[in-house]
Ligand binder design. Structure first.
Ligand SMILES: *Cc1c(COP(=O)(O)O)cnc(C)c1O
Length: 224
């Protein structure tokens, strides 16, 4: 099946999920997760109107972003954040979804070039409580959010999670934390949750951005 057809299928799934959840059409944004897929495929999707792309690995993203710099694409870093990569990430991306420590946020803010608008940030939350996973613990989220919200070159937009495979309540829990932060006065608009297999469930629980790889690009078995 070709890329355009897969993209249209995913958009149909999204529109249907919005309808089922009584949410306005187009209220959920589609982030196409392009890790391991070529700049050529991304260019094709851009021609079909998809312009938001998510990448996990800095080096791979650098190559593709350079090859595609004639297009007005929006790049989201969704991979594991390492302190020694923040400078390049702060310069290349418009969004980072995986901030889970204040130290990383401080680096991104300090290193964001002042010729660029503030970097959009989602805090990654470990809602499933997996010991090996990255993400801030729910009990430490408010403190982190308050610290990130005041950093000058960042805009705190919302929350992100990658649930454990068996955690059926993960999206509900993230949505609840999102509401709690809003109640405490933080002005958030982005709930980044839902992947190829569970986008409908995520939309039901209030996702505003779903991160879809396999359902658009096919399997990641083949590398660049
Ligand atoms: C790879 C990845 C996705 C996309 O997953 P699919 O199941 O291929 O849709 C979404 N979010 C993150 C953080 C990822 O690493």
């Amino acid at each position: 099946m070709d890329l355009e057809l897969r993209l249209l299928q995913v958009i149909n799934r999204l529109r249907l999920a919005e309808q089922m959840a009584n949410r306005p059409a187009g209220s959920v944004q589609l982030l196409a997760v392009s890790k391991t897929h070529s700049a050529t495929s991304i260019r094709k999707l851009a021609a079909f109107g998809q312009y938001r792309f998510g990448e996990n690995y800095l080096q791979e993203a650098q190559t593709k972003i350079a090859l595609l710099n004639d297009l007005a694409l929006e790049w989201h870093f969704i991979g594991h954040l390492q302190a020694n990569k923040t400078r390049q990430i702060a310069a290349l991306f418009q969004w980072v979804h995986s901030v889970d420590r204040v130290k990383l946020a401080e680096r991104l803010s300090a290193q964001r070039p002042n010729t660029l608008p503030p970097l959009n940030i989602c805090l990654e939350v470990n809602v499933s409580g997996e010991l090996t996973k990255s993400g801030v613990a729910p009990g430490k989220l408010l403190e982190l959010a308050n610290a990130v919200a005041i950093l000058p070159n960042l805009t705190l937009r919302g929350l992100m999670t990658i649930p454990a495979p068996n955690d059926v309540n993960a999206f509900r829990k993230l949505a609840q934390l999102f509401d709690e932060l809003q109640t405490k006065g933080l002005n958030l608009d982005t709930l980044s949750m839902g992947m190829s297999d569970d986008l409908e469930l995520a939309v039901t629980h209030g996702a505003t951005m779903v991160r879809i790889g396999t359902a658009i690009f096919g399997s990641r078995a083949t590398q660049l």
